[in-house]
Design a protein around this ligand. Structure first.
Ligand SMILES: *Cc1c(COP(=O)(O)O)cnc(C)c1O
Length: 374
């Protein structure tokens, strides 16, 4: 028997690596010493910087990405009796928000090459049923087909919400994720492409009246201080500590996305001859939040990677319409492309602080699985 070599461990994420070179303790100390912890200067500075980055006039910091979706839906008048179209392969986040406001999720199929909302499926749904809003998710960091989707919604008079929680900085023709629809919703969960040291989120919009409603909804529904003017008010504020961290990290975002894309491009080249469906992830429309391959032998591949010290995960294994919460209520709904994808997808490590050796180790393990060397 040969000697077992030391296994190189490769985690799925390293949240801290996108802050390389930043003195975050100093950033935090400055906020602590400012003695203002809620809706002060740091939130305002970050909101202005983030709006400018996305290229829209208004940004509103909130507590997390799920709240951002909920507040956007409420501000657009979604509630009981309203029908909101979305996809069923994006982790139930949009479904949670749609259900929380009392509206009904309507699931549309995905495009099998990008795993994002199919513009054709959207077009058919808009033609043959009443829809009150659309939530499009830029899944895995890849911008959905917005040059087709945005005009379809506009022509139908249906408001469009973008879930940009995985796509900070993704762009096409110079237009960023969040700047295509009526509202863009972001999460700053620590592992996202722009991550805080805890929970955080933001809304972006070009619509001033909508921005004012969303700003009111994040803080008790206040019009003016202590005057409740809006139904559906919440306490969902981004705090000063997180805003200061995010403002410090925002200037590093494009470089961090470029590093993710470089890892994805190396994977893509190495996997091109394998019986795997690998994402393209080489253009500016993809910020490689998650590097997701499709394999007919997904579970065996996953076990092989684990045996080589390589973490992997499935984003997401259970389609929304099959979640246990729903019981059999949507049993008759079949989304073949969505269900097939959920059974075959596997997320490989792709994060900013990943070393070239770690990338090489993942490539070698994926190749050896297919060579049958393992
Ligand atoms: C992370 C995520 C969310 C939720 O964000 P939280 O800040 O965790 O509430 C929503 N949508 C997508 C696509 C996500 O990846």
């Amino acid at each position: 028997m040969s000697v077992v070599p030391a296994v190189m461990e490769v985690p799925l994420f390293c949240a801290a690596s996108a802050a390389q070179g930043l003195d975050l303790p100093a950033v935090l100390r400055e906020v602590v010493e400012s003695q203002r912890y809620i809706l002060g200067r740091h939130v305002q500075v970050f909101e202005e910087a983030f709006a400018a980055y996305v290229g829209v006039p208004h940004s509103i910091g909130v507590a997390n990405g799920t709240d951002a979706l909920e507040i956007a839906l409420r501000a657009l008048g979604m509630g009981p009796g309203r029908r909101v179209l979305t996809v069923a392969n994006a982790g139930f986040y949009a479904s949670t928000a749609i259900r929380t406001v009392g509206a009904e999720p309507v699931y549309a199929e995905i495009d099998t090459s990008t795993l994002n909302l199919s513009a054709e499926a959207l077009s058919e749904a808009l033609a043959d049923q009443r829809l009150d809003a659309v939530v499009v998710t830029h899944l895995y960091g890849r911008l959905a087909n917005m040059p087709a989707i945005a005009p379809l919604c506009r022509a139908a008079g249906v408001p469009l919400i973008e879930d940009c929680a995985q796509a900070h900085g993704a762009r096409q023709a110079g237009r960023l994720a969040g700047a295509w629809g009526d509202v863009g919703c972001f999460s700053f969960y620590p592992t996202k492409n722009l991550g805080a040291l805890g929970d955080g989120g933001a809304l972006v919009t070009a619509d001033k009246a909508l921005a004012e409603r969303m700003r009111a909804l994040r803080q008790y529904g206040w019009g003016a201080k202590y005057e409740v003017a809006h139904e559906g008010g919440r306490n969902s504020r981004l705090d000063e500590l997180q805003a200061a961290v995010l403002a410090a990290k925002l200037p590093l975002l494009d470089a961090a996305n470029a590093r993710r894309r470089a890892i994805a491009a190396r994977y893509g080249a190495a996997f091109s001859h394998l019986p795997l469906q690998a994402p393209l992830a080489d253009g500016e429309d993809d910020v490689a939040h998650l590097y997701v391959v499709r394999s007919a032998r997904r579970d065996a591949l996953r076990a092989h990677l684990a045996s080589q010290g390589i973490a992997s995960d499935v984003h997401y294994p259970v389609p929304d319409h099959r979640q246990p919460l729903l019981g059999t209520t949507l049993a008759s709904l079949h989304l073949p492309a969505t269900e097939a994808a959920c059974a075959q997808i596997l997320t490989l490590p792709c994060f900013v602080g990943m070393t070239d050796q770690q990338v090489g180790h993942v490539i070698a393990a994926v190749v050896s699985f297919h060579d049958g060397v393992a």
